[in-house]
Design a protein around this ligand. Structure first.
Ligand SMILES: CC(C)(COP(=O)(O)OP(=O)(O)OC[C@H]1O[C@@H](n2cnc3c(N)ncnc32)[C@H](O)[C@@H]1OP(=O)(O)O)[C@@H](O)C(=O)NCCC(=O)NCCS
Length: 148
């Protein structure tokens, strides 16, 4: 399994993964395309690839001096194999290389798996946004990992 930078050609695989993960953020093809326009210092787009195809991806935005983790998805049949952790560790390495002070994110209140995943990685619960999500309406739980 290899973690590499995503390319435009990976968009169909990324959309396939997000459509099969109800808890993930769902972006349109146009939103993915726009994300690539800001790739480089501002955006980190990663995929986890095996011989059988793309098994996961991560999208993060650099809002110096912090990073926002916008989405992370691993294929349902490949979860609990450490792929999410490898994707997240690659973001944390980029955050350290850019002397960043923190990585932050929000997650659905009902998404216990992702919350445990972030807590295991050292993120702290920092707050909540009431009815932040729609379809279905739900609070967002805020997490932050302070670096250095
Ligand atoms: C959250 C997600 C990316 C984690 O990916 P993953 O590859 O399964 O995670 P890992 O295998 O690297 O897990 C690392 C650790 O996180 C914790 N963890 C991950 N999934 C968990 C779960 N379902 N229940 C409890 N703990 C979990 C465990 O401590 C795990 O270590 P362990 O397996 O040795 O016990 C994956 O569950 C996913 O794609 N979920 C749907 C999309 C989503 O919710 N994205 C987040 C949007 S904010």
């Amino acid at each position: 399994m290899n973690i590499r930078r995503a390319t435009l050609a990976d968009i169909p695989s990324m959309m396939h993964l997000d459509r099969h993960s109800p808890a993930a953020a769902h972006w349109t093809q146009e939103q993915y395309r726009q994300a690539f326009q800001h790739e480089g210092p501002d955006r980190l787009l990663l995929v986890a690839e095996s011989s059988s195809g793309i098994l996961g991806f991560l999208v993060a935005l650099h809002l110096a001096p912090e990073w926002e983790l916008e989405n992370i998805v691993v294929a349902p049949t490949s979860r609990r194999e450490g792929i999410g952790k490898r994707l997240l560790n690659t973001l944390l390495a980029a955050a350290n290389e850019t002397n960043s002070s923190a990585v932050f994110l929000e997650v659905r209140d009902s998404n216990a798996a992702a919350q445990t995943f972030y807590e295991e990685a050292g993120f702290n619960h920092t707050g909540r946004r009431k009815s932040y999500y729609t379809d279905p309406a739900e609070d967002a739980v805020l997490y932050r990992l302070t670096l250095n």
